[in-house]
Ligand binder design. Structure first.
Ligand code: ZN
Length: 236
């Protein structure tokens, strides 16, 4: 699986869309659709016509370009059954535990409430890639727009059960906002020192901080280290 990161809404929301390509079959898909121009340009450069748009949740900065991309590429829009009523142009709905195929790639659907009630994660277990939308960011998590701290805790527990060598791909570049707090919460943690080094190197080059391994994230993200809903509440 080839994964390309596309920065969208730069400076306002700093969203990431991801282009994924199954190199065996040539079938491709886009994870989230914050804005059309950058995604279309990159698809044209790559010479691909994405068959699917995979939404993590309904928020406009993840679905705004659904219809435009669908009109340009004829892509099918795939989103959570829980959000059928509010994902623009949805063609195919998926639920927790489903497996959705992109060519020969298999995405496991994980329902992860907290940021919104219908949020899903796209997990490619064989390829060790997890698309976390607005649930998990580098060193922080998404705001509780619709869910409770208990729901967020449960969603983070699901992420924590996934293997350490899985790389995760978040919906926004928020590292710079989260790193100061994470450093204070991780004094003496050598993994955090390594994380800061990687993040600074990548940001200095104008690159996304992601992907980071879940092992490293579990060791450093204060929210992933929380054990109770009170811990989560306090962190917010
Ligand atoms: Zn969101």
């Amino acid at each position: 699986m080839k994964i390309e990161t596309v920065l969208c809404r730069e400076g306002s929301m700093d969203n990431y869309a991801y282009i994924i390509i199954d190199e065996d079959t040539g079938v491709s898909a886009i994870v989230d659709a914050p804005e059309a121009a950058n995604i279309v340009n990159r698809c044209l450069e790559l010479g691909i016509k994405p068959e699917y748009i995979l939404n993590t949740h309904h928020h406009f900065d993840h679905t705004d370009a659904n219809i435009e991309l669908k009109n340009i590429f004829g892509s099918k829009i795939v989103g959570a059954a829980y959000d059928e009523h509010r994902i623009p142009g949805i063609d195919i709905s998926v639920r927790d535990g489903d497996i959705f195929k992109i060519g020969s790639l298999e995405a496991h659907i994980i329902h992860a409430e907290g940021h919104t009630t219908g949020h899903i994660l796209w997990y490619f277990s064989k390829e060790k890639a997890l698309f976390t939308g607005d649930v998990l960011f580098n060193l922080c998590v998404g705001g509780l727009f619709e869910g409770t701290s208990e729901q967020m805790l449960n969603s983070l527990k699901k992420i924590k059960t996934l293997p350490d060598d899985v790389m995760f791909y978040p919906g926004h570049e928020y590292t710079i906002h989260a790193i100061g707090f994470a450093m204070r919460a991780n004094t003496g943690n050598s993994v955090m020192d390594e994380y800061v080094k990687i993040a600074q190197e990548r940001l200095d080059k104008g690159l996304p901080v992601s992907p980071i391994s879940l092992g490293m994230e579990k060791a450093c993200n204060p929210y992933l280290k929380a054990d109770s809903k009170e811990d989560i509440k306090n962190l917010f």
